[in-house]
Design a protein around this ligand. Structure first.
Ligand code: CO
Length: 301
């Protein structure tokens, strides 16, 4: 087994989206090579209703999937095809936009005013960019959770982990999407398929993600290599981008650590990106925009 070195740690940056929602973006609208098949990751945890209630009114998507994971509050969703619903705490919506939807996403805080959650965008390969739109709405109780003896807890949204399979299926990039909690002071290792892009996004506590496999014989359960102990803690709103290898290791800090661990198979195709529409060529983008103007963007049936 080889530990994936940490390639880079990225602090999510404040930005404004939708009709004026203040959120933090870890990556998006930049070079996609390092995160392929993932395009964007937004952290919309927010405590001030005035900063999120305007929401994300009607907008189109084509050529991608959007994955929304709500921790607190609710997101009401409606689209041009007549789909509608509300996501609550612990729920996930995996939307395959395919050839196109127009939708709105309107956040509503919990009684304390908290609206917490994340949105990830995954790319679709050229063969599926114009596929029929599909929703997988998963309510919290249907997301399996595995708990280990030391209190380590993993919610399996997509992919397989410790013998459990997440409810989201049939996704092109064959992604794994896990919500992981490691108790204070524990060191844990998580397998990640060698051929995938992988990142962790820390949203509670802090910890140290190991930088590389130690020289043979150095690492035992009781001895920590000095470079690991000396490394800085990675905390809230940090995205850890991993290099290649087949596992990631983290040692939780004094307050434990909670993070999303996400991986997927790179698509390795050209990316032509215009806002919420992501295709392979400029010509496909032009067609999408012309269809939006002509009112033919949504293709039923
Ligand atoms: Co959207």
């Amino acid at each position: 087994m080889s530990i994936r070195p940490v390639k880079r740690i990225i602090e999510a940056q404040p930005t404004v989206e939708g009709a004026g929602v203040k959120l933090r973006r870890a990556f998006g609208f930049g070079d996609t090579d390092e995160t392929d098949p993932f395009l964007l990751f937004d952290d919309f945890r927010n405590e001030r209703p005035a900063d999120y209630l305007a929401g994300f009114p009607w907008h189109p998507h084509r050529g991608i999937e959007t994955i929304t994971y709500v921790l607190s509050g609710t997101v009401a969703h409606g689209d041009s095809l007549g789909n509608a619903g509300t996501l609550g705490a612990g729920d996930v919506q995996w939307m395959t936009a395919g050839r196109g939807i127009l939708h709105q996403e309107m956040p509503q805080g919990d009684p304390e005013g908290r609206m917490h959650g994340f949105q990830l965008w995954a790319n679709l390969p050229s063969s599926l960019k114009m596929t029929a739109p599909r929703y997988q709405d998963v309510s919290s109780p249907n997301i399996p959770e595995v708990v280990d003896d030391d209190g380590t807890r993993v919610r399996v949204v997509c992919g397989s982990f410790w013998g459990k399979r997440g409810p989201v299926d049939g996704i092109a990039a064959d992604p794994s999407y896990l919500d992981v909690w490691v108790p204070p002071g524990r060191r844990r290792t998580f397998p990640v398929d060698t051929h995938r892009s992988a990142f962790a996004y820390v949203f509670e506590g802090s910890g140290v993600f190991r930088d590389a496999s130690p020289p043979l014989g150095v690492l035992t359960e009781t001895s920590e290599p000095i470079e690991t102990v000396a490394r800085e803690q990675t905390g809230n709103r940090s995205l850890v981008l991993f290099d290649s290898g087949d596992e990631v290791t983290v040692r939780a800090g004094d307050a434990g650590i909670r993070f999303l661990l996400v991986s997927g198979k790179p698509i390795e195709e050209p990316v032509a990106w215009y806002g919420p529409i992501v295709m392979n060529t400029q010509e496909e983008l032009r067609r999408a925009i012309a269809e939006l103007r002509a009112g033919t963007f949504i293709q039923p049936g």
